[in-house]
Design a protein around this ligand. Structure first.
Ligand SMILES: Nc1ncnc2c1ncn2[C@@H]1O[C@H](COP(=O)(O)OP(=O)(O)OP(=O)(O)O)[C@@H](O)[C@H]1O
Ligand SMILES: [Mg+2]
Length: 398
C-alpha cells in the first residue's frame, strides 16, 4: 500500500533484520528522491509509480536486474535520476539487462546493444561501435536515435494559472508572445482553429484530501490541432485528462464550442487512451475490441486504421496476449474510431518503436483533421517532435 512497505517487501522475504531493513529503505528513499512523495502507491502518478517500482527492485541489492522499459513514463529529470542510479549499480558490478525503445540515456551506460527481431538476435553492437552508429543505420533497424532528443519548440497553447508553466520562462518563446506578465499567451488561434471551436477551461481546480494538485485559471485547447500537455511527473497532466473526460471532481467549468459541458456530457463526448492501457481492454479479440469502441460512421475505416497501425495480422488475437506496444496501438485505433469530439492520449508511446511513432502520429493527425480537440500527454520528445502543434506545459503546484 505504501512506498516504505513496498521497498521493504523483498528484504522481509529474505528475513533481513528489521533494523537493517529500515536503514536500507532510508538509503533507497534518498537515492531515488522518494521522500518528497507522500505515501500511498495507488495515489501516485504514473511516473511516480515507475520510480517506486525501480527503487523496490534494487533495495535488496540483487546481482542482476532486468528492466522492461523503465523510462516509459518518466520526465527528462526522472530519466536523468534513473540513469545515475543505474550507473552506480553498474559500477558495483550489477548485471543490467534493459529492454528499451528510448535509447539516448543508454549511450553512456550500455556495454552492448542487442537488436532483436521476431524472437532472434538480429544485430549486436559493442560499446566501442556506438560512435560509428549513424542515424541512418538506426532508422534502418527501426530504432530510435542514440542522441538525446532536442527539446521541442512549438507555440505555447493559450493558458495561465498556478499549474501552467509561463512561456517567458522558456527563452525561445518570448519573442512570439511579447508578454511580460504572468500569462502564457499566444493570440487564441488564427482562422481555421477559431472557426472550428474547441475546449476552454475556466477556473479548473482539483485537490486530493485537501492538497491542491491542479489549478488552471484559463486555457484554450483548439479543435483541429494536436495540443501537447507536458510537464514533470506529478504536474497534474493525467488529472487534467480526467477532468476533460468527466471522471474527476473539480471546481470551475469546461466549455466546448462556447457551451458549458456537464460531466456526463464530457463522458459521452470524450475518448481517452489511458496511461495504463491494460485497464481498458475488455473483449476477447482485436476485432471485437474495435467493434466495441467504433461509432457506425467510423466503422468503415476499421480495416485501414488496423493496417496503418500494423495490427492487421492480429485481428483474432486476444488483446491481452498482445505485446505492450501492440496493446497501446490497439487502444489508439479504438480512440481513432470513437468519433468523439475530444480525444486524449495519455503517454501513448510506451512500447512504441520508431516506425510506429510515425503511424501513431498519422492516426492522431487524422483525428484532429476530423475536427476533434486532440490532447497528447507525453514525456516522449521523439513523439512530441513529430506530433505537437501547441504545448501546454504544466508544473506541480508548491
Ligand atoms: N487519487 C489520488 N489521490 C491522491 N493524490 C493523487 C491521486 N491521483 C493523483 N494524485 C496526485 O496528484 C498529483 C498529480 O497527479 P497526475 O497523475 O495528474 O500527474 P501527471 O502529471 O499525470 O504525472 P506523470 O507524468 O507521472 O504521469 C500527483 O502528485 C499525484 O501523486
Ligand atoms: Mg500521468
Amino acid at each position: 500500500d505504501t512506498i516504505d512497505t513496498e521497498l521493504a517487501f523483498a528484504l522481509e522475504n529474505f528475513g533481513t533484520p528489521p533494523e537493517r531493513i529500515r536503514e536500507r529503505v532510508r538509503e533507497v528513499v534518498t537515492e531515488f528522491r522518494l521522500g518528497e512523495l507522500d505515501g500511498r502507491l495507488r495515489e501516485l502518478s504514473g511516473g511516480q509509480q515507475q520510480r517506486v517500482a525501480c527503487a523496490a527492485a534494487v533495495t535488496h541489492g540483487p546481482p542482476a536486474l532486468l528492466l522492461d522499459e523503465p523510462t516509459s513514463n518518466l520526465s527528462p529529470q526522472g530519466i536523468a535520476d534513473l540513469t545515475a542510479v543505474l550507473r552506480h549499480l553498474r559500477e558495483r558490478g550489477t548485471t543490467l539487462v534493459i529492454a528499451e525503445h528510448r535509447l539516448h540515456y543508454l549511450r553512456e551506460l550500455a556495454d552492448r546493444i542487442v537488436v532483436m527481431q521476431d524472437g532472434r538476435v538480429a544485430k549486436e553492437w559493442s560499446r566501442d561501435e556506438f560512435p560509428g552508429l549513424t542515424e541512418e543505420m538506426m532508422r534502418e533497424e527501426g530504432l530510435r536515435s542514440l542522441d538525446a532528443p532536442e527539446r521541442i519548440h512549438v507555440a505555447p497553447a493559450f493558458g495561465y494559472g498556478p499549474s501552467v508553466q509561463p512561456a517567458e520562462t522558456r527563452p525561445e518563446d518570448t519573442e512570439s508572445t511579447g508578454e511580460s506578465g504572468g500569462a502564457t499567451a499566444v493570440a487564441p488561434a488564427a482562422g481555421g482553429e477559431a472557426a472550428g471551436g474547441g475546449v476552454v477551461l475556466r477556473g479548473i481546480r482539483c485537490a486530493f484530501r485537501g492538497r491542491p494538485v491542479l489549478d488552471i485559471t484559463e486555457a484554450h485547447l483548439p479543435a483541429g490541432v494536436i495540443t501537447a500537455v507536458t510537464g514533470p511527473n506529478g504536474a497534474g497532466k493525467t488529472t487534467l485528462a480526467r477532468v476533460l473526460a468527466g471522471l474527476q471532481r473539480h471546481s470551475g467549468e469546461v466549455l466546448l464550442d462556447g457551451r458549458t459541458m456537464s460531466r456526463s456530457r464530457r463522458q459521452r463526448e470524450t475518448a481517452i487512451v489511458m496511461q495504463d492501457v491494460q485497464r481498458q481492454l475488455f473483449t476477447d479479440s482485436v476485432t471485437a475490441e474495435l467493434r466495441l469502441g467504433a461509432v457506425p460512421e467510423q466503422a468503415g475505416h476499421a480495416a485501414t486504421v488496423l493496417a496503418d497501425l500494423d495490427l492487421d495480422r492480429f485481428d483474432e488475437r486476444h488483446p491481452l496476449s498482445l505485446s505492450g506496444g501492440q496493446q497501446q496501438r490497439l487502444v489508439v485505433a479504438t480512440a481513432r474510431l470513437s468519433g468523439r469530439r475530444v480525444v486524449i492520449f495519455d503517454e501513448p508511446s510506451s512500447g512504441v518503436d520508431r516506425r510506429h511513432l510515425q503511424s501513431m502520429t498519422r492516426t492522431m493527425r487524422d483525428v484532429a483533421e476530423g475536427g476533434a480537440v486532440v490532447l497528447l500527454i507525453s514525456h516522449d520528445a521523439d513523439l512530441l517532435a513529430l506530433a505537437a502543434d501547441r504545448e501546454l506545459r504544466l508544473r506541480p503546484i508548491r
